[in-house]
Ligand binder design. Structure first.
Ligand code: ADP
Ligand code: ASP
Ligand code: MG
Length: 469
C-alpha cells in the first residue's frame, strides 16, 4: 500500500470551526485514507510573530500572547470536539505546546534578542496546534487519524533557519522506518506544514507561506501521484481576485506556467511547491474548500491549450532593480556570472536579469535591495562603475505557454498597457517561453494588470473604452 493522495489545507481554509469541519468532511469523502498537511489556523503565525517581537522588548507581554493563543485554540476545541476523551486529549496536547512556547518566549525576553532558529521554532507552533485540532475532528468522526509533527516523521532539511530546503533523500529514509511508510494508506496522518528539522533536531522553516512546499515534499517523499491544495479560492485565477473583480478560474496550467505565476507574484501557491512534484511527474490540483465540487486548477507537465495562449496576469510590487553599469558591462565576459555568484554567496536571490550593452538590471526582492547594492558595489572595479538602486518600479507578468512564439501576442500585451496610458519602463520578453514581463512605476501596477485582463479575458463590451471595437 501507499498513499495515493496528499491533501493540504491552508490557513485560509482553517480560519474557524466551520473551516476545520469542512476540511474533515472532504478528507472523509476519500475512499482511501490520504496523507494530510496543514498550515496554522489563519492569523496564528502572525500572532506568534508579534508575540515574539513583544517578548524581545519585555517579559510582560508574554502572558498576553499565550493567553490569546490559548483562547483561540480552546474555542476551537470546544466548538469542534464533543467526545470527552478526544477533547481532553487534544486540549492537553495543545496546552503542553503552549507551555513549551512560553519557555521559548521567556528565553527570548531574557536574552533580549532572538536568533533565526529560535524564531523559526516559535513560528512552528501554529502548525502543531492545527494538526492536533484537525486530527481530533477526524478521530471524532470515526477515522484513524494521527497528528504527526515534522519531528516525528523525520522531515529533514538543510540548516537555513527561515528558508530551508528539504532533504528528500534523508526524509525518504526516515519514512521507510516510520508509520508513514510501514502503515501507508491505512490511517490518516495529519502532518505539520511549514517546518523541518536540520541535523535531526533544529527547527528550520520553509519561509512564510511554506506549507505548500511542505505538502509537495511530503507528496514527493511518499511518491503520491496527486497533491491537492485546498484553498479559499477556485484555484489559479486569471488575476488576483482581490484586485481584479472579473478574475476567472484557470482550468489547467503546465508546471512552467504555474512556476512563472507563483514566482512573479500570484500568492495562491508557494513557488517552491512545484519542483518536488514536477520531478516525480505528479499532478497538483488546487481546490476550493467552500465549493468542493468545482474542478479547480490542475497543474501537470502538459498544461493543455486554452483558447487564448495567455492564461493569467500577475504582478509584484515588492521588488527593486539594481542597475549595474559601466563601459564594459555588456561585452566583458563573466560580469553576469560575478554578479550572480557574489549575490548567491550571501544568500540574495535574483528574481530576474534584464541586460543592455552598458547596463545590467538585476531584479531582487525589496527587502534584499540595500544589501544587494552593498555586495555589488564590491565587485569588478573598473568594469562596473555604478550601482544604482531603483525602488519605484513593480513587475507585471503575462503568463501562457507559447506566448513568446505566438506572432503578435507580445505586441498585443504591450499595446493594451500603453493604450491605457501606462508607460512601460523595461521589458523582458522571450526569456521564458511561458511568460512576458515588464516593469512599470508602482502606481501603474493596477491599471496595467486591469488593462491586460480586460484585453485578454473580458468580453469586448467590458473593455476600457479606448480599446473597444
Ligand atoms: P493559504 O492560507 O491556503 O495558503 P493564501 O492566503 O496563502 O492561502 O493564498 C490564497 C490567496 O491568494 C487567495 O485568497 C487569493 O486572494 C490570493 N491570490 C493572489 N493571486 C491569485 C491568483 N492568480 N489566483 C488565485 N488566488 C490568488
Ligand atoms: N503558517 C505559515 C504562514 O503563515 C505557513 C503557511 O501558511 O503556509 O506563513
Ligand atoms: Mg499560503
Amino acid at each position: 500500500m501507499k498513499f495515493q493522495k496528499v491533501m493540504k489545507f491552508g490557513g485560509g481554509c482553517l480560519r474557524d470551526a466551520d473551516g476545520l469541519r469542512r476540511a474533515a468532511a472532504v478528507i472523509r469523502r476519500e475512499p482511501v485514507p490520504p496523507a494530510v498537511v496543514v498550515s496554522a489556523v489563519a492569523g496564528v503565525t502572525d500572532e506568534l510573530e508579534r508575540g515574539l517581537a513583544r517578548a524581545v522588548r519585555n517579559e510582560a507581554g508574554i502572558a498576553r500572547t499565550i493567553g490569546a493563543l490559548r483562547l483561540r485554540h480552546d474555542r476551537l476545541v470546544s466548538g469542534l470536539l464533543a467526545a470527552p476523551e478526544v477533547r481532553a486529549e487534544v486540549a492537553a496536547q495543545i496546552e503542553r505546546r503552549l507551555a513549551r512556547l512560553e519557555r521559548l518566549l521567556l528565553g527570548a525576553a531574557l536574552i533580549g534578542e532572538v536568533s533565526p532558529h529560535a524564531r523559526a521554532h516559535v513560528l512552528s507552533f501554529g502548525e502543531r496546534w492545527a494538526a492536533l485540532l484537525l486530527a481530533g475532528v477526524l478521530r471524532e468522526a470515526g477515522a484513524d487519524a494521527r497528528a504527526l509533527e515534522s519531528e516525528q516523521i523525520g522531515l529533514a532539511a538543510d540548516d537555513v533557519a527561515e528558508g530551508a530546503t528539504a532533504d528528500l533523500a534523508a526524509f525518504r529514509r526516515a519514512v521507510r522506518k516510520n508509520a508513514l511508510g510501514t502503515e501507508a494508506g491505512r490511517f490518516v496522518p495529519v502532518i505539520t506544514g511549514f517546518y523541518g528539522l536540520a541535523s535531526g533536531r533544529r527547527v528550520v522553516s520553509f519561509g512564510r507561506n511554506g506549507s505548500d512546499y511542505s505538502a509537495a515534499v511530503v507528496a514527493a517523499a511518499l511518491r503520491a501521484p496527486l497533491l491537492e491544495i485546498w484553498k479559499d479560492v477556485d484555484g489559479f485565477m486569471t488575476a488576483d481576485p482581490r484586485r481584479v473583480p472579473g478574475a476567472r478560474p484557470v482550468a489547467r496550467l503546465s508546471f512552467a506556467e504555474a512556476a512563472e505565476l507563483a514566482y512573479f507574484g500570484a500568492k495562491v501557491l508557494h513557488p517552491r511547491a512545484l519542483e518536488p512534484v514536477a520531478r516525480e511527474k505528479g499532478t497538483i490540483r488546487i481546490r476550493h474548500l467552500f465549493q468542493p465540487d468545482r474542478p479547480g486548477t490542475e497543474i501537470a507537465a502538459e498544461g493543455g491549450t486554452a483558447e487564448t495562449v495567455l492564461k493569467s496576469v500577475t504582478s509584484n510590487d515588492r521588488i527593486a532593480v539594481l542597475r549595474v553599469s559601466g563601459p564594459g558591462v555588456g561585452f566583458r565576459p563573466g560580469v553576469i556570472g560575478d554578479i550572480g555568484r557574489s549575490l548567491a554567496d550571501r544568500g540574495v536571490n535574483i528574481l530576474s536579469v534584464i541586460t543592455a550593452q552598458t547596463a545590467i538590471n538585476v531584479l531582487v526582492a525589496e527587502e534584499d535591495a540595500r544589501r544587494a547594492r552593498r555586495i555589488l558595489r564590491g565587485i569588478r572595479r573598473g568594469v562596473v562603475t555604478r550601482v544604482e538602486l531603483e525602488t519605484g518600479l513593480a513587475l507585471v507578468a503575462a503568463v501562457g505557454e507559447g506566448l513568446a512564439s505566438e506572432r503578435g501576442l507580445a505586441a498585443r500585451v504591450f499595446a493594451a498597457v500603453a493604450d491605457n496610458g501606462v508607460n512601460v519602463e523595461m521589458i523582458s520578453s522571450g526569456a521564458s517561453s511561458a511568460a512576458a514581463y515588464f516593469l512599470v512605476r508602482k502606481a501603474d501596477v493596477l491599471p496595467a494588470v486591469r488593462a491586460l485582463h480586460a484585453e485578454f479575458f473580458e468580453a469586448r463590451a467590458n473593455r476600457p473604452p479606448n480599446r473597444a471595437g
